[in-house]
Design a protein. Structure first.
Length: 160
């Protein structure tokens, strides 16, 4: 699952994740606020240095995109959890990955024209601007949909 996250960095070994947290998000726009609260509570216990605000902004954008573009029409949520949006935060010593799983197989599409006056369409531009890398991959097997992720390089933890 973590293979696509390398981005020219040493391998991300799942066995060396120092911290991880995840939460399921309800299929409504208030979930963006819930995702920000969850992220802030989680990051309070992890050393993220000056990346804290960048990570919170990117989580908001990834969750907003999933809710806006990846969920089936209202009333068609699946009871088996396949219709959910799920936020994952994984921390290694020098990196943090935010990943949002959603039920859609459609690739995320960055807006081709940079219309900064538009009310929407800047989400992936912000993700690209504030993270050190981002991408997506389709899920296979029993999991349906895709994962859109953003990677952050973190400062060295403080010496104790």
């Amino acid at each position: 699952m973590l293979e696509p996250l390398r981005q020219g960095l040493p391998p991300l070994d799942p066995a060396h994740v120092s911290s991880a947290a995840s939460c399921a998000l309800p299929p409504r726009y208030e979930a963006v606020r819930e995702a920000r609260r969850f992220t802030r509570r989680t990051l309070d216990g992890w050393h993220t240095g000056d990346r804290f605000d960048d990570i919170c902004l990117v989580v908001s954008e990834l969750v907003t995109n999933a809710l806006r573009h990846a969920l089936p029409p209202c009333g068609t949520q699946q009871a088996d959890g396949h219709g959910q949006v799920r936020l994952h935060l994984m921390r290694w010593t020098e990196r943090l990955v935010c990943a949002v799983r959603d039920p859609s197989h459609d690739s995320p599409v960055a807006r081709e024209t940079e219309d900064f006056a538009a009310e929407s369409g800047r989400g992936l531009f912000l993700v690209e601007s504030f993270s050190d890398g981002w991408g997506w991959y389709p899920l296979a097997g029993t999991l349906h949909g895709k994962v859109v992720w953003a990677l952050f390089r973190l400062p060295d933890p403080p010496a104790e």
